[in-house]
Write a protein that binds this ligand. Structure first.
Ligand code: ADP
Length: 598
């Protein structure tokens, strides 16, 4: 081939390589991958071209030393070829080394990145994250661990964890456990959450919750621990425990029977007092339906439907109930009267069951029965005595009247005055006996209750008291009064006593002014009777409703002190109450409530 043709091919080759180099992504590597081959081919081509040129030149000249020259030319050819191969090889080796170095660099970079990520994640955790190597030496320690234990990373890295952060008495167990773990990667505390005691740098101990897991790195077992400080939780738990203990003690020592039920009315706990009253052992009750066990029948023995049981109702509607006059049934089949309160047990707004507190009412019932009987006896006795006294008293006052009539002119004025005083005393005693008799009969009068028009009752009373009204010049204003349910004759006595008192205890300087009105008060009507009389000192507001209690006795007002006691008995017999409000000198207002007519 002519030299210029060869040069032309070489130029073309160089141009192709330059183009390929330009198109290579030079960010990745400085020399293209194919560069060692290209350089080898280039050097080989140059060597061969040079060798051929020299060879041609030598054969043209026909030198006598041609053989020597020819040997040198051949050596040059071999050297050129070897140089091409060496160049190509070293370039290839350099490329490979460079790529490996870049690879190692990349790995290191991503390792560093992921370590930084892991560290910042661990530092963001509120729990302590700790890593121990196979010798139990600390190899990782996050910020929370620094805060929790008080050791900074550079103080603890490379040091045996337990020597600094575990109570001394637990060293042997820790070391034995870790020795086993080092070989097996297993340990008692691994794979679960446990509560342990840890030690701070200050030496103080604190409770922790610990989760341990094992990781194998280069054939060695390491430990990763997540540690949570549970001091606050511990304090709460201790407080709850203490309160529970106290509550248990209170419930156990309470004289009242107390038991709890779940949402279905099954007994969850019961105190000793309740067990003693019911005659059961706790294992015979807990877990069973309380209604079916000791609340299945009413006092008369008829069945008590479970759907009506106040305990179930309290669970269903979430409202407490106070029940009186029911019975609970003992294990031996006998019953006893109870008074109980059942309250729903609400947790997070949800009714979980109920608590029932009950009292055995046997003694109270017996006492009430006795009291009732003795009151009845007493009333019968008072009634009999009053009745029997009335007859001789009438004859005494009668004879005194006769004596005054017959011997008024013959006996001395002093003797006449004594007779008159005796007659007055007899009259007073007679009205006392009449009032007492009436008082004692109030509760024995069993006239059945009916609807009573209080406006009519007041009208009747005004009629009965017309003399006193006329004498005193009283004005009486009665607002439209509603009807009540009650004993008509007793209500007449009530209103008559109150109006009579207002007329009697009038102020000397003004005529009596009375106002009677009523207003609704739930299922009751509240009546008020106000006057402008002499009034009552507040200290007597309650006292005046007792038998024989008189406030203005010394001011010349006549009376027996039984009128207001009668009023109180009448109102209370109707389920109402009576009271007074007054300002001495300015009048009084008597209030009383009676059941409204239905
Ligand atoms: P008495 O027979 O003495 O009137 P009551 O039981 O009716 O007995 O009243 C008890 C006492 O209450 C009276 O003695 C009187 O002192 C006082 N009292 C009752 N009503 C009035 C009133 N309207 N104003 C002032 N005091 C009154």
């Amino acid at each position: 081939m002519a030299v210029h043709t060869a040069t032309g091919f070489m130029d073309l080759g160089i141009a192709v390589m330059a183009l390929a180099w330009i198109n290579e992504d030079r960010r990745k590597r400085r020399f293209p991958k194919w560069s060692p081959g290209a350089i080898a081919i280039g050097v080989m081509t140059l060597t061969i071209a040079l060798w051929q040129a020299i060879e041609t030149d030598v054969s043209h000249r026909g030198d006598e030393g041609a053989i020597t020259h020819s040997l040198a030319h051949h050596l040059l050819l071999v050297f050129g070829l070897l140089l091409a191969a060496a160049l190509s090889l070293s370039l290839k080796l350099a490329q490979t080394a460079r790529e490996q170095a870049r690879h190692v660099f990349d790995i290191n970079l991503s390792l560093k990145e992921s370590e930084e990520k892991f560290r910042s994640m661990a530092d963001a955790a509120s729990d302590a994250v700790i890593m121990l190597d196979s010798d139990a030496k600390v190899s990782f320690w996050n910020q929370a661990a620094e805060k929790m234990f008080g050791f900074q990373r550079d103080e603890i890295y490379g040091r045996e964890f337990h020597r600094l952060c575990v109570p001394k008495d637990q060293f042997p167990a820790f070391e034995a456990g870790y020795a086993r773990f080092r070989h097996t990667g297993k340990g008692q505390l691994f794979g679960r959450t446990v509560e342990e005691t840890a030690v701070r740098k200050s030496g103080s101990q604190f409770p922790v919750e610990l989760s341990l897991s094992a990781v194998k790195i280069r054939d060695e077992w390491h430990t990763i621990g997540i540690v949570r400080d549970i001091t606050v939780r511990h304090i709460h738990q201790l407080e709850v425990k203490r309160l529970n203990k106290r509550l248990e003690l209170i419930i156990k020592s309470a004289a009242e029977g107390i038991y709890g039920t779940d949402h279905d009315g099954h007994c969850t706990f019961i105190n000793p007092a309740a067990l003693a009253m019911l005659g059961y052992d706790s294992n015979e009750i807990v877990g069973l339906d309380q209604h079916a066990l000791f609340h299945y029948a009413k006092a008369d023995g008829s069945p008590y439907p479970a759907k009506d049981c106040p305990v179930s109702l309290a669970i269903n509607d979430g409202k407490s109930r106070h029940i009186t006059d029911e019975v609970f049934w003992r294990k031996d089949g006998t019953s006893f009267p109870v008074d109980y309160v059942c309250s729903p047990l609400v947790e997070n707004g949800k009714t979980m069951g109920s608590v029932v507190a009950f009292r055995d009412n046997t003694e109270r019932k017996n006492f009430e029965e006795k009291l009732k009987r003795s009151n009845e006896d007493l009333e019968q006795f008072a009634s009999a005595i009053s009745h029997d006294l009335q007859a001789p008293l009438n004859s005494v006052t009668g004879f005194l009247g006769l004596m005054k009539l017959k011997y008024a002119d013959t006996i001395s004025p002093d003797a006449l005055e004594y007779v008159e005083l005796a007659e007055e005393g007899g009259r007073q005693m007679s009205s006392l006996i009449t009032d007492l008799l009436e008082y004692s009969r109030l509760s024995t009068n069993n006239e059945s209750f009916a609807s009573v028009d209080m406006t009519e009752v007041c009208g009747l009373c005004l009629n009965m008291l017309q003399t006193e009204i006329a004498e005193s010049g009283a004005s009486i204003d009665i607002s439209d009064l509603s009807e009540v349910t009650g004993d008509r004759s007793q209500l007449i006595r009530l209103v008559q006593n109150l109006i009579g008192n207002s007329l009697k205890y009038r102020a000397k300087d003004r005529p009596p002014k009375l106002q009677i009105s009523s207003r609704e008060d739930g299922e009751f009507l509240r009546f008020s009777l106000s006057d402008n009389g002499i009034g009552i000192e507040p200290i007597y507001f309650e006292k005046i409703f007792g038998v024989f209690e008189r406030v203005h006795e010394n001011m010349g007002y006549e009376g027996t002190g039984i009128g207001l006691a009668q009023c109180k008995k009448i109102v209370e017999r109707h389920g109402g109450r009576i009271w007074v409000e007054s300002e001495p000198g300015n009048g009084s207002t008597f209030f009383f409530t009676l059941p409204a007519s239905v």
